[in-house]
Design a protein around this ligand. Structure first.
Ligand SMILES: Nc1nc2c(c(=O)[nH]1)N[C@@H](CN(C=O)c1ccc(C(=O)N[C@@H](CCC(=O)O)C(=O)O)cc1)CN2
Length: 297
């Protein structure tokens, strides 16, 4: 039995962060200022707090200015919108990211819709999703762009390949399918109402699993030789020893016997999210400074 390759997203992300750091040095030499990223955290969700802390550390390590805003979960929507408006107007800020999820009393769409699209390094604003959907230059959501980078590194030209995206979220599933379409893939979006999802997934040369359900995609669903990108991060508790661990949306151990290559969880797509965020911030800084897009990013 042959075993597929495990794609090292952690190593790829590290290389990308190195390239961003080089680009930041060149940007500072040209403009005399650092690119700035403002990250807003509302509440104290433990996972979100860790992601925000890591974003801050990696922003600084790449030579950029990091601005963190930690707000209580009880904050009103108006107050949060006021902060976003202030950041829109702040010349030092090239990128604004509001960590998701937000507490239930705050309307995520309103908050995202208030961010200046030119500073929307998450690529979630409808202006950016519209630009992406119509094939124009856009700020592209970090996780899907990271997935495309890994896929192109593994497969080269994606043209003509059959891609199935499992999951239809605004953050991953929908932009992912747009990016695959832009790479000339034949794209299907499968979701909770899809009939016979196993046979839909079995058609795919590329499977992107982004449903948020632990190990939902089974090994036997995968076409032999397919490349699988697992976006899921699900915390599960082992019944035997009571210890918790993170698993993806794909049953990786089973899938390894079928795939050409697969991203692991952890260490696959996750690390790409922050590396691409830094890349997007540098791209936004160039655009705001009237400079051409940095090369090789
Ligand atoms: N405004 C945003 N909110 C959220 C985003 C986003 O892109 N923008 N994505 C996720 C969380 N996220 C970054 O914000 C993120 C998730 C996972 C990782 C990561 O490196 N994961 C590791 C495992 C980490 C662990 O042990 O928990 C991995 O997969 O190897 C980084 C960033 C939701 N919110």
């Amino acid at each position: 039995m042959t075993i597929g390759k495990i794609i090292d997203g952690k190593a790829f992300a590290e290389t990308l962060r190195g390239k961003v750091a080089d680009g930041v040095g060149a940007f500072i030499a040209k403009t005399g200022r650092k690119p700035g990223l403002a990250v807003v955290l509302v509440g104290e969700d433990p996972a979100s707090s860790v992601y925000v802390r890591n974003k801050g550390k990696m922003t600084v390590a790449a030579g950029m200015e990091s601005m963190e805003f930690k707000l209580p979960a009880s904050i009103g929507e108006e107050e949060l919108l006021d902060l976003v408006e202030e950041l829109n107007a702040d010349e030092r800020v090239d990128g604004i990211l509001v960590q998701l999820p937000l507490p239930p009393h705050i309307n995520e769409a309103s908050v995202i819709g208030t961010i200046d699209p030119a500073k929307d390094v998450d690529g979630f604003h409808v202006v950016n999703s519209g630009l992406l959907a119509t094939g124009q230059e856009a700020m592209v959501p970090c996780t899907p762009l990271g997935c495309i980078m890994l896929l192109k590194d593994e497969l080269g030209d994606l043209s003509g390949l059959e891609a199935v995206v499992v999951g239809r979220s605004n953050i991953v599933g929908k932009p992912m399918s747009q990016l695959l379409l832009a790479e000339n893939c034949t794209v299907t979006i499968a979701h909770s109402r899809t009939r016979d999802i196993a046979s839909v997934v079995h058609r795919a040369d590329i499977v992107v699993a982004a449903v948020g359900r632990a190990e939902m995609v089974k090994g036997e669903w995968i076409k032999p030789g397919a490349t699988v990108i697992d976006v899921g991060i699900n915390r599960v508790t082992d019944t035997e020893d009571g210890k918790s661990r993170i698993v993806g949306d794909v049953a990786t151990a089973e899938a390894l016997a079928h795939v050409r290559a697969i991203t692991p969880v952890p260490g696959g797509v996750g690390p790409m999210t922050i590396a691409v965020l830094l890349r997007n911030t540098l791209v936004a800084a160039h655009a705001r400074a009237g400079l051409p897009r940095p090369e090789g990013l």
